[in-house]
Design a protein around this ligand. Structure first.
Ligand SMILES: [Zn+2]
Length: 247
């Protein structure tokens, strides 16, 4: 009897608490404890085993099946308001025009702008480092172990509320911007900005990497390739994933 009472009390408190959080809405963010902010880092390598001694990475393969329903969740969620990001154009040393770079990055964000999600290009920044400084940064810089790109996301572990994301692209690799025509029609030997950024932005949104071979044609497949453009467009699992978070 007593056990049941406590169980009921617990459920009441739980429901009450959830209701309270729901009703208070944005002000609940004030209750986020700064000590609770966690950092998660996604590091992207060219496919292992194929890239030994070949820093330019392996070749892209034409999509065979992007209709798989696979996705993984990181556990955080972007706010209802537009996420403002900034690009450090000064770190672009690849002969890519500022206009082309802006368009590629903007397109990469817009690929995810569904289910009420919105992104806004906040212009240029001189920021160069991934740090929790209120600037959602896209820049080239140094990354560990010859990775293609690294995305850093800060979030509140308890509430799942996203705080900030920064994506650093490897300045030591070759980069290009090529509008999508077919899956592998990017510049030979170069990583495509929009292709890689669309994947990285999937992490901002709250999606995890997929490494199983069946997911190789999805945007959230964890490996990237030179000449690859296929990640520009979301696959079925990518769309299902984002809709599962924002509905
Ligand atoms: Zn990733």
């Amino acid at each position: 009897m007593k056990k049941q009472y406590y169980l009921k009390l617990f459920v009441c408190l739980l429901v009450g608490g959830l209701l309270f959080l729901g009703l208070t809405g944005p002000s609940a963010s004030a209750k986020n404890d700064n000590n609770d902010v966690k950092l998660r880092v996604f590091v992207h390598y060219p496919k292992p085993g194929l890239d030994k001694g070949k820093p330019q990475g392996p070749v892209c393969q034409i999509t065979a099946n992007e209709q798989v329903a696979n996705y993984g969740l990181t556990g955080w969620k972007l706010p209802d308001s537009a996420v403002v990001y900034k690009i450090n154009y000064n770190t672009n040393s690849f002969g890519i025009s500022n206009d082309s770079l802006k368009l590629a990055v903007d397109n990469a964000f817009q690929a995810w702008a569904t289910s009420g999600l919105s992104f806004q290009d906040g212009g240029a920044t001189g920021a160069v480092r991934a740090q929790n400084d209120g600037i959602n940064l896209v820049a080239w810089g140094s990354v560990p172990n010859n990775a293609i790109a690294v995305t850093y996301t800060w979030y509140y572990q308890n509430t799942g509320q996203w705080v900030e994301s920064d994506t650093i692209l490897n300045k030591k690799l070759k980069w290009a911007v090529t509008p999508y025509t077919t899956d592998c029609a990017g510049t030979a030997g170069a990583y495509d900005v929009q292709n890689i950024m669309t994947h990285e932005n999937g992490h901002w949104v709250g999606l995890d990497d997929l490494y199983d071979l069946a997911s190789r044609d999805l945007t959230m497949y964890g490996y990237g390739f030179t000449g690859e453009l296929k990640k520009d467009t979301l696959g079925w699992g990518d769309s299902l994933g984002v809709k599962s978070i924002y509905r």
